[in-house]
Design a protein around this ligand. Structure first.
Ligand code: T3D
Length: 263
């Protein structure tokens, strides 16, 4: 029996999802898209899951689309990549961004093509020192997709975004941290411990508050200051009614650690 393309494990409020096609550097085929969609659907539905940790099996994080599924015989009709984006990659990016729970991405090795941009769509990206990011699309005549043309200029500015996208060179994890593309680069042996510590912190955090932080930061680049101030007012009004806010304020005054329930 073939190994599952996605490993899914939940404990103590944390769900670890591992992309599991290591022989192809965890590149995506249709089956892996479907399994990942189901896994993220379960994360969204279950209130006991309060954070996702996404990583890859083997020496790579994800090499984007499995190009073995994209070889077209001479004279045959092209594959409609607009269709594959609208049915597979775009829903995945929207799900990661819209998930009302933090998504920690532990980039264990090379992240290329859509694989790089799936990592960038997560909320906190930690990479192993030996990992790298490659906007490989230009090497095969495509543009960065899966949000690449959205995230890159916003994260690193136009000059670096264009350099990465037009050249397709490898960016080391250290440079990715230095450029502000990711949160942190850590030693390879420390990667999963660091990622799990962070995930554990989020799993006992005020889940609704964390979700709204994610939303406010995501909406910010497209808002005026006025619109953003209004959004902050509306979200703070909602959060002021949560059990976790009550607990947070009370715990602060009682000089003890808060016991957040995610409600
Ligand atoms: O639906 C659509 O198609 C539209 C959406 C597109 C989204 C995309 O992601 S398009 C971009 C697709 N990805 C790429 O172009 C990346 C291709 N891979 C590479 O450039 C390199 O493999 C890496 C930079 C990622 C890593 O290089 P390296 O030297 O560390 O490893 P390698 O030797 O190139 O690869 C190891 C194996 O994985 C190798 O197989 P082998 O020779 O051991 O049997 C290689 O063919 C395989 N592999 C790597 N990436 C892919 C792949 N096989 C299929 N598809 C891949 N994307």
């Amino acid at each position: 029996m073939a190994a599952p393309s996605i490993l899914f494990e939940s404990h103590d409020g944390v769900t670890e999802i591992t992309l599991n096609r290591p022989e192809r550097l965890n590149s995506f085929n249709l089956e892996m898209h479907e399994r990942l969609r189901e896994a993220l659907g379960e994360v969204k539905r279950r209130s006991d899951i309060r954070v996702v940790l996404l990583t890859g099996a083997g020496r790579g994080f994800c090499a984007g689309q499995d190009l073995a599924d994209r070889v077209v015989a001479p004279g045959a009709e092209p594959i409609d990549l607009g269709y594959t984006l609208s049915t597979q990659y775009n829903p995945l990016i929207r799900t990661l961004q819209g998930l009302p729970k933090p998504v920690v991405c532990a980039v264990n090795g090379v992240a290329a093509g859509a694989g790089a941009n799936i990592a960038l769509a997560c909320d906190i990206v930690i990479a192993a020192r030996s990992a790298s990011f490659v906007q490989a699309f230009c090497k095969i005549g495509l543009i960065p997709d899966s949000g690449g043309t959205y995230f890159l200029p916003r994260l690193v500015g136009r000059a670096r975004a264009l350099g990465l996208a037009l050249l397709g060179d490898r960016l080391s994890a250290e440079d990715a941290e230095r450029w502000g593309l990711i949160w942190k680069c850590v030693d390879d042996v420390a990667l999963m411990d660091e990622a799990r510590t962070l995930a554990g912190q989020f799993a006992t955090g005020p889940t609704k508050g964390l979700a709204e932080i994610k939303r406010a930061i995501s909406e910010s680049p497209n808002n005026t200051l006025d619109a953003q101030l209004d959004l902050e007012r509306d979200l703070q009004r909602e959060l002021g009614c949560t059990e976790d806010y009550r607990e947070g304020a009370r715990a602060f005054m009682e000089k003890r650690a808060p016991n957040f329930k995610g409600r």
